[in-house]
Ligand binder design. Structure first.
Ligand code: ADP
Length: 496
């Protein structure tokens, strides 16, 4: 009876639609023992005749891929228990090609709720599956790219009021979650360095946010600072209106630091070159003055030797001697600096009575010029035998004391304090002289550097550089406290 009404239905326009659509409609008896109807498309998709199914309903299982067959069979049997059937499975066509089928079946119940027959629709979803698979694959590839590339990229509205996508590297670079950005799109600004914030706020979320190229710093939650280059590009519709924007941000900290290093090195190079020119000018000047004295005393002695009193002769000989010493000292300083820079300055420590050594250095200063400022030498602590290099210590103290004398008014006392401690020895050299300007202080240990207020005093700017080299060889430290027109204290500390 059922069969007759199906056949009648197929003669109606609805039946024509059923037969002409791409789907396969099927109807079976409740126990699946008989196929009552299969639309003609079956033959087109399966490549098997409908007649085969009418003969043996179970024949529909045969073309199913062996890996899917058992699953489909179990599922079909559930139909008889009034459960819907909804499966995707592969079929193998007679020419061995494989196609994907989506098959759904439903029990049709009579008025008493008994299964009267089973009906279903099957369709070929091979192309859709392939398209989905291709989409999944390209999404996979995109995800792999997004997960591994060390740049942040995003897609958002032109006014940055909503993000459609933000790549995972944002979390690594900003150390903030992408979720926080999706919820609060401007929250990336919270990390921007205060000095860059105003500029970046006006550009990166302003009217032309979709067309920027900016470099700025971000501060991460652990306090570390990174440099970021942020570029955005507009996406326009066919009328030329911007409806989205894409952005790319990259961590440029390393190249920024490298750039800074290069410009610092260039600056150092420039300073050194300036200092060398300055040195040549100063040294020439410094040498020319004693040379002129030598020349003039020599001329006087040569031309008027007979007429000069013994005292006058002695005065000129002394002038020649001290000028020669002055030139020798300049040459020695230059050589010391050169040795220090070449790493050939020798460090030869031995047990030395440091109190005695200090007294000898003071005595040597007075020997050269008995009229220099008084030096008030005091010692605190005991055990004066210390392992150090006496020659290097001589360079350190002679330079510091020499400067204290040179840069302070005649007769004002220079204080020299030696502090013997259990693990170190410290030397304090203080004067009440011209002092050093705060802007000059960071540079005074550089070779050839002279403070702005030192130009009226003789010097080459090498003494403190030599002092620093000698202190470093002792693995010690040197510091300075100074106030212009009040005085200066140098503190050298050498570990035992
Ligand atoms: P210089 O031969 O010019 O004295 P130094 O290397 O010994 O060179 O010192 C470098 C600079 O540091 C000096 O030119 C001077 O400007 C400053 N300086 C050093 N010691 C003193 C000091 N005791 N008082 C004031 N300025 C000082």
């Amino acid at each position: 009876m059922y069969l007759a009404s199906i056949q009648a239905l197929m003669q109606t326009p609805l039946g024509q639609v059923v037969e002409k659509t791409n789907q396969v409609f099927w109807i079976c008896s409740a126990d699946f023992s008989k196929v009552l109807y299969v639309s003609p498309n079956y033959e087109k998709i399966w490549g098997h005749s409908n007649a085969r199914l009418y003969d043996n309903p179970k024949a529909f299982l045969e073309p199913i891929h062996p890996d899917d067959r058992a699953r489909v069979n179990t599922s079909v049997q559930q139909l008889e228990n009034k459960q819907d059937f909804d499966e995707e499975y592969r079929i193998i066509l007679p020419d061995k090609t494989v196609r994907w089928i989506h098959d759904r079946g439903f029990p049709i119940l009579d008025t008493n709720g008994n299964v009267e027959c089973l009906a279903g629709i099957a369709e070929d979803i091979t192309d859709r599956k392939a398209a989905l698979e291709a989409l999944r694959e390209s999404e996979d590839k995109f995800q792999q790219f997004a997960n591994h590339v060390d740049i942040v990229f995003w897609l958002c509205t032109p006014d940055v009021s909503e993000y459609y996508y933000m790549s995972p590297y944002y979390e690594k670079l900003w150390c903030r979650t992408r979720e926080s950005l999706y919820q609060e799109p401007h929250s990336f600004l919270k990390s921007v360095h205060p000095d860059d914030l105003e500029r970046i706020t006006s550009k990166a979320v302003g009217d032309n946010a979709f067309d920027i190229d900016e470099e700025y710093r971000i501060i991460r939650p652990n306090g570390s600072i990174r440099w970021v280059r942020d570029r955005t590009f507009p996406i326009k519709d066919k009328n030329g209106n911007v409806y989205r924007m894409v952005g790319v941000a990259e961590d440029i900290t390393d190249s920024k630091l490298a750039q800074e290093e290069i410009s610092k090195a260039l600056q150092r190079e420039r300073e050194l070159s300036d200092a060398k020119s300055h040195f040549i000018a100063t040294t020439s000047h410094e040498i020319r003055t004693p040379l002129a004295i030598i020349q003039s005393s020599f001329d006087i002695l040569q031309n008027y030797l007979e007429n000069l009193t013994p005292e006058k002769k002695q005065k000129h000989f002394q002038k020649i001697e001290s000028s020669v010493k002055r030139i020798a000292a300049i040459v020695q300083d230059t050589l010391l600096i050169a040795e220090g820079q070449a790493g050939t300055l020798q460090y030869e420590p031995r047990d030395v009575n440091v109190v005695k050594l200090c007294q000898e250095i003071i005595a040597a200063i007075y020997e050269v010029n008995p009229n220099v400022n008084p030096i008030d030498f005091t010692v605190t602590g005991n055990k004066p035998i210390i392992k150090l290099d006496p020659k290097l210590l001589d360079h350190i103290l002679a330079n510091l004391l020499g400067n204290a004398i040179k840069y302070s008014p005649q007769n004002s006392t220079v204080s020299f304090e030696l502090n013997l401690l259990s693990d170190s020895v410290s030397f304090f050299v203080s004067d009440k002289g011209i002092g050093i300007d705060i802007n000059d202080l960071p540079h005074i240990f550089n070779s050839f550097y002279r403070a702005s207020n030192a130009s009226n005093y003789p010097g080459t700017g090498l003494g403190l550089a030599i002092v620093k080299q000698c202190v470093d060889l002792h693995k010690g430290s040197i510091s300075v406290e100074s106030a212009v027109d009040e005085g200066t204290t140098f503190i050298v500390k050498i570990p035992k």
